[in-house]
Design a protein around this ligand. Sequence first.
Ligand code: ZN
Length: 462
Amino acid sequence: MRADLSAVYGHAPIWAQHLLCSAEGLRLRRLRFPARFDARLRAVRERSGWTPAQIAADRLARLRALLVHACARVPYWRDAMTKAGLVPERIAHVDELEALAICTKDTIIREGPRMHASELPHGHALRAIELNTSGTTGAGMHLRASMDAVHEQWAVCWRYRMWHGLAPGTWCGQLGGRVIVPPSQQVPPFHRINWPGRQVLLSSYHLGTTTAEAYIEVLHARGVPWIHGYPSMVATLADAIVERGAQLPAIRWVTVASESLTAAARERIRRAFGLEPREHYAQSEGVANISECPAGRLHIDEDFSVVELIPHGRDHDGVPVYRVIGTSLENYHQPFIRYDTGDLVRLASGCDCGLPGRVIAAIDGRQEDMLVLPSGALVGRADHIFKSFESIREAQIRQGRGGDISILVVPREQWGAGDEQRLRDACSARLGGDLAVTISLVPAIARESSGKLRLVVREGSR
Ligand SMILES: [Zn+2]
């Protein structure tokens, strides 16, 4: 739902919640897949057959146009380009972007409206949407995305799904981060239906050993052919299927996103469904997309954005690790240029599938631990708790062996008296009200040896 479990939705009877999910599904379908979407998808799919030189030339032309616009109409970028001596009209290679300083979530929040375009060039769709995002560091951020950018991202996502034989309109059992079923509901059904979006929305928050049967039943009864969700959640469902000796022969596709897919989770999913899960990496800022190809390798979608991989030390095996920095080519309302996603990747040598793009061995950035509810159910993507908090610079959720939760918060100046209660409420909405929660304001949070801030730390989990 747009606001994760609004008061109206939470108190509505189940039949009305099905209808509200469908109403929201219809709104999202119209927003993401307008009539002209098919033409965009065709154009994006054609680019898969382009040579690297064709992709590079097209990307440079789009980058130049975006930079010319940003320099003329976005105050922050006008100043940054003037200071760096960058004349966007003269850019001859994407490497010249390096003259600009890397921009972070902090920059976006600090500069606020100075990051927005004062007007749009002729021929650009005027519509944009406002989004809230969080990411792995627990800092909330508002952003504005041109509809062209949103449609481009969905087209690139569907291109990847179509590589694997999926077609738009396929029914999907979805295990995501949204609260679909109120935490207070103890008995099935733990799903709601979005008819226009062809989705069986499964509650991640109720999925546990005692409730899994209801999930398997609804997927079986509806003959759902496709499961999509957070890998940790899909793997939990997979375990339940194996434990019960259940079979879901209708399932032909499993796709995962939003967290990295560990080798262990991949194996659990493979065992339960007898097929290979497919992985996709994206973020709301729309600066970098990575898609798994039919040969099972992760390709950077080089035609979607300009992705820079900046060396960031080595992992414990001595393999180089890179930070993912990206520049969106379509977001004219709020250009994201040299934006630090906060995610880390390792490179692979290549892939012989014939598709273009640098090949990634693993995406390490979204390795998040799960929180455990008193019922034994696991909750992933705890970062959603912080989505609407621009008053939080960083946060970390620590869960003790007894289940109690303590949240460390590094506040910004605008942290106010009501924010602590608001954070408690956001926690209850996400995790139910049964866990004891302590909130502490701290000046800083210690980093991992990799330099990454872990959002969730569970005692004894590693
Ligand atoms: Zn490949």
